[in-house]
Ligand binder design. Structure first.
Ligand SMILES: C[S@@+](CC[C@H](N)C(=O)[O-])C[C@H]1O[C@@H](n2cnc3c(N)ncnc32)[C@H](O)[C@@H]1O
Length: 235
């Protein structure tokens, strides 16, 4: 599906394009005790910064999936340069061409909110092994949102719902993640400095304008829309 915001991330080639950025990823994953024999899925991998870190840092078997061709091209370039053994698959998180019970760990960093949330969670629960765990970093409403703000966020990010913490927890549980924890991190959306960038040769002006609009939106609305980090388990 066409999404201007995701095009912005893709054409500028922004790594760590999720709340908290790559430093949050590193601090969460270092506590995960990921083993070399574990198979890990980075769903909606973007330009592949986290997938490369997983493969290099833990020596685990990493699969990186995205459905945006520009993201995938940049992710493949990164994995090639870093000699990271990552399996890259073009695929839709809502309908994965993968067998059931495939992964020990799934990482989803600012991805699920851009999809049909229930469909994607059901799919991720299907491909996760029984006893497996999933970490997701997703935007979340901090308080009741006015219709105007909701409409603005939907059109800016191309999303069709913004869940609060309780709604995320319920959807995760409905998808089979019986145990849902919230990792204690700052939850405010901030304009984090972009430190990993691989811009395309030609970028339309509209995407520069959209980046400004995104930054303005975050500055104005960080009290209303933040994020949560969920760590959840399949029985
Ligand atoms: C905000 S970006 C985050 C990228 C990356 N996880 C990161 O943190 O840098 C969201 C990513 O999800 C991908 N995405 C969105 N919908 C998807 C879908 N249905 N299937 C697979 N990937 C999807 C986008 O192409 C994009 O790479």
């Amino acid at each position: 599906m066409f999404n201007n915001y995701l095009d912005l991330v893709a054409y500028f080639g922004i790594g760590g394009a999720h709340p908290g950025g790559f430093s949050l990823t590193q601090s969460i994953l270092k506590d995960e005790k990921i083993q070399p024999y574990e198979s890990v899925l980075d769903i909606g991998c973007g330009t592949g910064q986290t997938a490369a870190f997983l493969a290099q840092g833990f020596g685990c078997q990493v699969t990186a999936i995205d459905n945006h061709p520009v993201m995938l091209k940049k992710a493949r370039e990164r994995f090639g340069e870093n000699a990271s053994p990552v399996l890259v698959i073009e695929g839709d998180a809502q309908q994965l061409a993968l067998p059931d019970n495939s992964f020990d760990l799934i990482v989803a960093e600012s991805v699920i909110a851009f999809t049909d949330i229930s469909k994607t969670l059901t799919e991720l629960s299907r491909v996760l092994k029984s006893g497996g765990r999933m970490i997701c970093i997703e935007m979340a409403a901090e308080q009741s949102l006015s219709n105007e703000l909701r409409k603005k966020a939907y059109s800016l990010y191309g999303v069709s719902e913004i869940l609060n913490e309780q709604e995320w927890t319920l959807k995760l549980q409905q998808a089979g993640f019986k145990q849902v924890e919230i990792i204690d991190t700052p939850s405010e959306l901030l304009n984090t400095e972009v430190t990993d960038i691989n811009p395309s040769k030609s970028i339309v002006m509209d995407l520069y304008d959209l980046w400004d609009e995104h930054n303005r939106f975050i500055t104005q609305n960080h009290k209303f829309i933040g994020f949560r980090v969920f760590r959840c388990f399949l029985p």
